[in-house]
Write a protein that binds this ligand. Structure first.
Ligand code: 5GP
Ligand code: ZN
Length: 114
């Protein structure tokens, strides 16, 4: 997707502070963090919303979560705790149209979310 900001980030056309990368997934620090630690874990392949996932994407989505858990351990906040969130469409507040998992940590997070 030529006009997708996260596809551009994957292609290194815009800069990002990258925390992890493999052949399918990339994780980087959110440009406008909502917690002391706020990473985004995304598939390298463009998928617009969670509604566009297909049966064959199950392993890829699992990989996002496994990556988030691995980063939580590596960055040292796994035991204290963290939250993962994926927003889908307007009511959830999705603003970037390439699926992404938010990984939030470093403070006590309130529940329920607003
Ligand atoms: P959403 O609201 O779609 O669930 O989350 C999109 C997230 O992407 C927001 O937290 C926003 O701060 C982040 N974001 C938007 N543009 C950029 C960017 O160019 N670079 C980085 N690192 N994060 C971005
Ligand atoms: Zn994209």
């Amino acid at each position: 997707m030529d006009d997708c900001i996260f596809c551009k980030l994957v292609k290194r056309e815009i800069p990002a502070k990258i925390a992890y990368e493999d052949d399918q997934v990339i994780a980087f620090h959110d440009i406008d963090p909502k917690a002391p630690i706020h990473l985004l874990v995304i598939p390298k392949r463009h998928i617009t919303t969670l509604n566009d996932l297909e049966e064959g994407d199950a392993a890829l989505v699992g990989r996002l979560q496994v990556t988030a858990a691995k980063l939580a351990k590596e960055l040292g906040f796994a035991e204290a705790g963290y939250r993962v969130v994926m927003n889908c469409n307007e009511d959830a507040g999705q603003t970037v149209w390439h699926i992404h998992m938010h990984l939030l940590a470093g403070r006590s997070l309130t529940w329920p979310p607003g």
